[in-house]
Design a protein around this ligand. Sequence first.
Ligand code: M1P
Length: 254
Amino acid sequence: MTAPEFQYKEKPDVLVLFDVDGTLTPARLTISDEVKETLKKLRQKVCIGFVGGSDLSKQLEQLGPTVLDDFDYSFSENGLTAYRLGKEQASQSFINWIGEEQYNKLAVFILKYLSSIELPKRRGTFLEFRNGMINVSPIGRNASTEERNEYEQYDKVHQIRAKFVEALKKEFPDLGLTYSIGGQISFDVFPTGWDKTYCLQHVEKDGFKEIHFFGDKTAKGGNDYEIYEDKRTIGHAVSSPADTVRILNEIFNL
Ligand code: M1P
């Protein structure tokens, strides 16, 4: 039985979840009017939600200040921060899980490693501490859009992030951490299992018959991979927000 709050929809037992960067918006940029309009129409038919790796403040910037009202479910940090119909759900924290002592060791290793690599540019905020994960960026999260694009190209050639992740795995083989290169300039570090599938526990009690997931980083190693492959979802791999709109129009006849 689906939740009474969703009965006004044409198909209240269908949920469509979206990754944010590269799926609903260009990387780190804002949602277009076309995508907004498409989601509005879609929400009349089915339940909709987003699941992003970033924290809520970034999603407010990217998806708009009314984001918690525009989606039935809002999942930040892979669902570690969760809202259902604008109401916050119980959440966990990375620091409680790992403990101060281990985290200190991890942070010291990361900061030392960051200072030892050759890079053409460095900006600010290299280690971002979030509720459900940490985010590590060799160039720094303060990089401009142009600097991001430059870094992304540089990383493709020099494999800075991939090598960094290998070094972390070697140094901390038993910590039970997953490293995910999901965006352009950084990678996320979180307890194994706290990938985007984490958010699915928040929708379980609503008894959906179909859960669709749209993402652009669906290949192995990408941060959409686990939820895209999960048995509980029907995965759709997209190449851009325009591609998302195209597929939604096709499947849901908008
Ligand atoms: O949503 C994908 C990723 O987006 C950002 O990555 P980057 O800044 O490297 O482009 C980050 O917020 C990251 O946590 C997130 O997984």
